[in-house]
Design a protein around this ligand. Structure first.
Ligand SMILES: NC(=O)c1ccc[n+]([C@@H]2O[C@H](COP(=O)([O-])OP(=O)(O)OC[C@H]3O[C@@H](n4cnc5c(N)ncnc54)[C@H](O)[C@@H]3O)[C@@H](O)[C@H]2O)c1
Length: 339
């Protein structure tokens, strides 16, 4: 059992690592807490929710929309939630994003925490305070930045995580390795799913290492002026693909990382694209895809990383070292159309 506190500009998040979900009542009172989860997590772990006021949402990215937020708010009003209420999102990134957003806007802000249950949420989505919803094909178009008060990690949830969600989570782990941790890249090359699945100690350690990497990056640059941008490696093209082609977030990011590696070869002299694609494939992730370049570019142009006619694109200099380059949209369009 470990507790680690990370301070951000306005508040701190306590990370309770290698805890048990049964200990949630040590962090928040049952009477004043509302849990938010989805049907998959609830059905797989029903006894864990006993005695807690729980809102159960339909699972999936398609429900990360304003309509769901409205429905949650209606239910909170229904149970007379007030400013003393704590919301706890127990689920994957969709649930943590929605919970953080609702908690930021309901009565202008409630205390909230997360119990991330997917690998992707454990290593990425639950950390850093970004929350929000999609608008049509535009990913995370609306949202706020507000840090959770606490995160509780219980590896038990991973026992029921479907294989493709393991792959999804490894996309972000490989991203972390590519941009900041060459040693972890080598460790992942030497490992496989078998090194982590059903091996609670090994997966807990990998999760801890990745959660720390993300938390420290956010700490250094909470409002994404510099360092935090690196975490967007693979996400510019990835987001443009994700909702148009109904890919999982990790799959879309994996394709995005493949193309970003190629763009890096052109612009930074990076020379290890093949190493990146082999590692992605080793963890069941897609690399090359045929897509409608024009349609995807239309969505890509609306990316939050665009500044007027330039796009801030995250590229690799070498494995473990990333950089942000401002690329004119026209040049980017040309490069992408050549693939
Ligand atoms: N806020 C951020 O900084 C940030 C960062 C990365 C990703 N995200 C967001 O996270 C989302 C993707 O996260 P995700 O992949 O966790 O999505 P998700 O919440 O849809 O979870 C994936 C699937 O796994 C199921 N699931 C989760 N935990 C389970 C468990 N323990 N057992 C069985 N099934 C389980 C869910 O019901 C769902 O079907 C995207 O919306 C993405 O934009 C946010």
């Amino acid at each position: 059992m470990q507790k680690k506190t990370y301070w951000f500009s306005a508040s701190a998040t306590d990370f309770y690592l290698a805890w048990k979900i049964g200990q949630l009542s040590k962090l928040t009172e049952r009477q004043t807490t509302v849990l938010i989860t989805d049907e998959n997590v609830y059905n797989a772990h029903t006894p864990k929710f006993k005695g807690w006021n729980t809102i159960i949402l339909k699972p999936g990215e398609e429900f990360k929309v304003q309509e769901t937020v409205d429905a949650v708010i209606e239910q909170l009003i229904g149970v007379e939630a007030d400013r003393k209420t704590t919301l706890v999102g127990i689920g994957g990134g969709v649930i943590t994003d929605i919970t953080g957003y609702v908690a930021s806007v309901y009565m202008r802000g409630l205390r909230f925490g997360f119990v991330p249950t997917s690998l992707l949420a454990l290593v990425d989505a639950s950390i850093g305070g970004k929350n929000g919803i999609d608008v049509g094909v535009y990913k995370n178009m609306v949202g706020t930045i507000r840090q959770p008060s606490f995160l509780l990690h219980d590896m038990l949830f991973l026992d029921t995580l479907p294989q493709q969600e393991w792959e999804n989570g490894f996309a972000e782990i490989i991203k972390h390795a590519c941009i900041k941790d060459a040693a972890m890249f080598r460790y992942l090359e030497e490992s496989s799913f078998r090194s982590f699945q059903g091996k609670r100690k090994a997966i807990a350690e990998l999760v801890r290492r990745n959660a720390a990497l993300k938390a420290k990056t956010v700490q250094a640059d909470e409002f994404e002026k510099g360092e935090r941008r690196l975490l967007n490696f693979g996400h510019t093209l990835g987001h443009a693909l994700e909702n148009q082609y109904e890919l999982l977030h990790g799959q879309a990011v994996a394709i995005g990382m493949t193309y970003a590696s190629h763009i890096s070869e052109r612009l930074t002299g990076f020379s290890k694209t093949e190493k990146v694609t082999s590692l992605l494939e080793q963890y069941g992730l897609p690399t090359y895809a045929s897509f409608d370049k024009e349609k995807v570019f239309e969505v890509l142009k609306m990316d939050k990383k665009r500044e007027k006619q330039d796009m801030n694109y995250v590229l690799l200099e070498k494995i473990g070292k990333a950089t942000v380059r401002s690329i004119p949209l026209l040049e980017l369009e040309n490069i992408i159309s050549e693939f």
